[in-house]
Design a protein around this ligand. Structure first.
Ligand SMILES: CC(C)(COP(=O)(O)OP(=O)(O)OC[C@H]1O[C@@H](n2cnc3c(N)ncnc32)[C@H](O)[C@@H]1OP(=O)(O)O)[C@@H](O)C(=O)NCCC(=O)NCCS
Length: 180
């Protein structure tokens, strides 16, 4: 399993060829997803990430996630977070530990390179165990985001990961922009 090669690439530096592979894997993982039929999710314009984390077996892209970095509001506090979005492993490689290996490498990247105090992601309740195995903790069942000059609510599992010596503040979570 440890033969997974992980690369972190700035989103704007991804080659057109690699972008196609990323879109193919994203489509395989999420096309026909229940959230496409959920009016709360269907009209969301998702954030453009700052980084992509990509896991390769030789030249084959097998697992991926996107990483935005953003200063958000929690209660009255401004805090920096790195997000995780679009977490996907190729279906033929599920349950081989590749997703967890990418998540682990991403934790190190967030702590050492991005130097943010927290990670933040949203997920379906069913997927929570995958992140809990990597020490992510449930923080809320609702968050706020901004689209079309409106502050909107999103009802979903919000999970956070402590990366430095700082505890997650109390209060409503406002992403201050598009969600991921
Ligand atoms: C979620 C996903 C990325 C996991 O990738 P993976 O490479 O198969 O994950 P791992 O092999 O590292 O899984 C490690 C453990 O996490 C848990 N786990 C894995 N996938 C899970 C899932 N879909 N739901 C809940 N728990 C899961 C299991 O305990 C697993 O151990 P096991 O293989 O012994 O059962 C993959 O199932 C996927 O691409 N799903 C479709 C897209 C999606 O739902 N992404 C998450 C969006 S929030």
């Amino acid at each position: 399993m440890t033969n997974l090669r992980v690369r972190f690439i700035r989103h704007q530096e991804i080659s057109p060829e690699l972008r196609i592979k990323i879109e193919e894997l994203d489509h395989l993982a999420f096309a026909g997803d229940d959230i496409d039929n959920d009016p709360e999710f269907a009209n969301i314009r998702w954030a453009i990430p700052d980084w992509m984390a990509l896991g390769f077996l030789h030249e084959e892209l097998v697992t991926q996630l996107s990483i935005p970095k953003r200063e958000i509001m929690v209660g009255a506090e401004k805090i920096w977070v790195a997000g995780i979005g679009g977490m996907a492993t190729h279906p033929k490689h599920h349950h081989k530990g590749y997703g967890s290996a990418l998540l682990k490498a991403t934790e190190t990247f967030m702590r050492n390179e991005l130097q943010v105090p927290f990670g933040l992601l949203i997920c379906a309740d069913e997927t929570r165990p995958f992140y809990e195995l990597a020490r992510w903790q449930h923080a809320a069942d609702i968050l706020y985001y901004h689209q079309d000059d409106q502050r909107r609510e999103l009802h979903t599992s919000v999970m956070t990961l402590q990366l430095q010596n700082q505890t997650w503040p109390a209060g409503k979570i406002d992403l201050c922009g598009a969600p991921w």
